[in-house]
Ligand binder design. Structure first.
Ligand SMILES: Nc1nc2c(ncn2[C@@H]2O[C@H](COP(=O)(O)OP(=O)(O)OP(=O)(O)O)[C@@H](O)[C@H]2O)c(=O)[nH]1
Ligand SMILES: [Mg+2]
Length: 295
C-alpha cells in the first residue's frame, strides 16, 4: 500500500493523494465557513535541511533507497512529518461536543480512537481545536488562563475524538489544584486505551519553558506517543520574549528534548489565527488513526 514514488509517477500520485484527502460530504457545520471546502492538497515541500534522523517516519514507510527522499518530497509543510500510505479521510465534516469528564472512567466508552490536546494554560489548545474543526466557538477559549477545567470530548465525523484538556502550569492556581491537575491528566494518559497520541502544545512565540520540557520528558519516559504542536507561529519576535523568531524557538526546543527520545518525535508549526498547519495536522492525525485502527 505504498504511495508510488513521486519520481516515477508525479502527476498520478498527486491526483491520488488529492482524491484520498478530499471530503465527499458537505460540512455539517457552516457557522464560520461555507461548506464543500476540501482539504487543500497537503503542502509538501523540499526539506533537504532536515536530515533523515530528524524526520518522523510513520509506520510502513521505508525511506531507505527511496528516491523521493532526495528532494524530501513527502514531508508535510512546517513539520518533520513524512506522509505515508495511511493519510486518508482527513477532512472534518462534522464535529460535536459529547461530554465533560472529571475522571478517566467517565470518558466515552465506545472505543473510538482519540487525540488529546495538552499544554500550558493559555497555549492555545481550545483555539487549535476550533481551527481544526473550522468552528469559532465549539471549544471555549479565553484570554485568561485556566478556562478549560475538565476532559472534554468532541466527536469528529462520528468516528474519532478530539479531546480538549485543562492546561498545566497555571502560575496563580493554588498548589492543591495543580497537584490535582497532574493526577487526573496523568491518569488519563496512562490508562486511556483508545488514546492514539498526545498532542503537546508549545508556544513558539516565547523561549522554551522548564515545565514544557518536563512534560515532554514525562511523556517520553512513559512511552506515551506524542506530537509536538508549536502554536502562535503568527506572532512576530519581540525583545521582551527573547527576540527569537518562532522557527528559532522551535529549533531550540528540539535540541533541548533530544536526550529524552530515542527517535525524533513528530512536530508541526501552527497558528490558529492564520490556520497554518491545520490541514497538515489533520493528515497527520489521519495517518496515525488509520494505522491504529488496523492494528
Ligand atoms: N496570536 C495567536 N493567539 C492565539 C493562538 N492560539 C490561541 N491564541 C490566543 O491565546 C489565548 C488562549 O487561547 P485558548 O485556546 O483559550 O488556550 P488554552 O490552551 O485552551 O487555555 P486553557 O483552557 O486556559 O488551558 C486566547 O486569547 C487566544 O486567542 C494563535 O495561534 N495565535
Ligand atoms: Mg482551553
Amino acid at each position: 500500500t505504498q504511495i508510488p514514488s513521486l519520481f516515477s509517477l508525479p502527476t498520478k500520485t498527486l491526483i491520488l493523494a488529492k482524491t484520498l484527502t478530499t471530503a465527499t460530504s458537505a460540512a455539517a457545520d457552516t457557522a464560520t465557513e461555507p461548506p464543500h471546502i476540501p482539504l487543500s492538497f497537503p503542502d509538501i515541500q523540499p526539506q533537504t535541511h532536515l536530515p533523515i534522523e530528524k524526520l518522523f517516519v510513520p509506520p510502513e514507510v521505508n525511506l531507505a533507497g527511496d528516491p523521493t527522499l532526495v528532494d524530501g518530497a513527502r514531508v508535510l509543510k512546517g513539520s518533520n512529518i513524512v506522509l505515508g500510505p495511511y493519510a486518508r479521510d482527513a477532512q472534518v465534516s462534522a464535529a460535536d461536543f459529547v461530554k465533560s469528564s472529571a475522571r478517566t472512567e467517565e470518558c466515552p466508552a465506545d472505543g473510538l480512537p482519540e487525540f488529546a490536546l495538552v499544554g500550558r494554560s493559555n497555549v492555545g489548545k481550545s483555539s487549535l481545536l476550533n481551527s481544526l474543526v473550522r468552528r469559532k466557538k465549539l471549544a471555549l477559549t479565553s484570554k485568561k488562563p485556566g478556562k478549560t477545567q475538565l476532559i472534554n470530548h468532541f466527536r469528529i465525523n462520528d468516528s474519532w475524538y478530539l479531546v480538549d484538556l485543562p492546561g498545566y502550569g497555571y502560575a496563580s492556581a493554588p498548589h492543591e489544584l495543580r497537584n490535582n491537575w497532574d493526577q487526573f491528566t496523568k491518569d488519563y494518559f496512562l490508562n486511556r486505551q483508545t488514546l492514539v497520541s498526545v498532542f503537546l502544545l508549545i508556544d513558539a512565540s516565547i523561549p522554551a519553558k522548564k515545565i514544557d520540557l518536563e512534560y515532554a520528558s514525562w511523556l517520553g519516559q512513559n512511552q506515551i506517543p506524542m506530537t509536538l504542536v508549536f502554536t502562535k507561529c503568527d506572532k512576530r519576535k519581540k525583545k521582551k520574549n527573547g527576540g527569537k523568531r518562532p522557527e528559532e524557538n522551535v529549533d531550540d526546543f528540539q535540541n533541548l528534548i533530544r536526550e529524552f527520545f530515542q527517535s525524533a518525535p513528530p512536530w508541526i508549526m501552527t497558528s490558529s489565527v492564520t490556520n497554518q498547519g491545520r490541514d497538515e495536522i489533520l493528515l497527520h492525525m489521519a495517518q496515525l488513526r488509520n494505522y491504529w485502527l488496523k492494528h
